[in-house]
Design a binder for this molecule. Sequence first.
Ligand code: GLA
Length: 391
Amino acid sequence: MTLAELSQQTAQDFEKAYGRPPQWIAAAPGRVNVIGEHTDYNDGFVFPMAIERYTVIAAAPARNAAKTIQLRSAQGDSTATIDLTKPLKPAPKGAWFNYPLGVIAGFLSRNQNPGGFEALIHSTVPVGGGLSSSAALEVSTATLLEVITGKKLDPVEKALLAQKAEHEYAGMPCGIMDQFISVMGRKDHLLLLDCRSRKPELVPMTDPSVALLITNTNVKHELTGGEYAKRRAQCEAAAKALGVASLRDADAEMLERGRSKMDSVAYRRARHVISEIERTLHAAEGVRASNWPTVGQLMYASHSSLRDDYEVSCPELDTVVAIAQEIGIKGGVYGCRMTGGGFGGCTVALVKSDQVKAISDHVASEYEKRTRIKPTLFESRPAAGATVVKG
Ligand code: GLA
């Protein structure tokens, strides 16, 4: 479904739910990270792109309750009511509307009060698939509130406000990658983001001979919820042992010299982060030069490092990568790796465009044969970031 079709669908559903057409429509995409995993909260580099999957919010001013916001999700038929006369606070953990709620709280704290409105939300970003459905929901809400209040935020401030919502309302201590790419994505470009300076650089990716193929393993190992925070803490401990502010300031040699100052787990976590930052910069050079075999090799190396040193992969992700490796360049696959936080979700593969169909069919049938789980595959070109569809 294109963004235009999804927006139309959302407008129709809004009218069905609220009995009039929406006045505003805003959208923000999910993302896939090509390389640079678990580097953002270590002040490193990430290299994601927005995907052609969006969260769309249609809204209109509240009719009778000027100080009430009503949010409906088309997916779960679930409604949340927010009373603007009372101080906002997070709903119990796991509530889907914590994301928009946190963003609304962020706008209120900046004295940008949207007043009462009614909204309906639709999304084609798979939830829990590691493609940042939560950032898409936060950033689409922020984009809507910009239109309603008539005041645009600086893009960096907007991404940080969305990240804060995720920290404080959803309880997830994420880095800055997902919100930044959802705000700043550009069609036909990857985003090389320096997470220390927060300086974004758009790198064109227009070569029609390659495509990015995303495979959703359709597993999510929920038991591992606290692992992300644990990884952050282990990285901080490693940086401290090395006497640097963050692992961005360390290199491989420094890590070897400081090896005895940390336990073996912290050492392996740091080895992943330090090598991944390097791989990300090399991959950006590879994309600039359309050197696809090199980019592909770096993706495989990233996966091995995430699996062995960072320990955030899982058997299902490893299975997809193994199948990709078996297909090889001859069969049209340059590289493949897990993408996002890990413990399930998606892989991303760099493939030859004219072989996408054959590769998808093979990965789907092999994966199902080996895991007894049906995967979901789709291709995406680098897409545009958050946008106002109507307003
Ligand atoms: C999640 C977080 C990001 C980033 C990735 C891992 O998606 O939200 O900030 O840390 O994991 O690269």
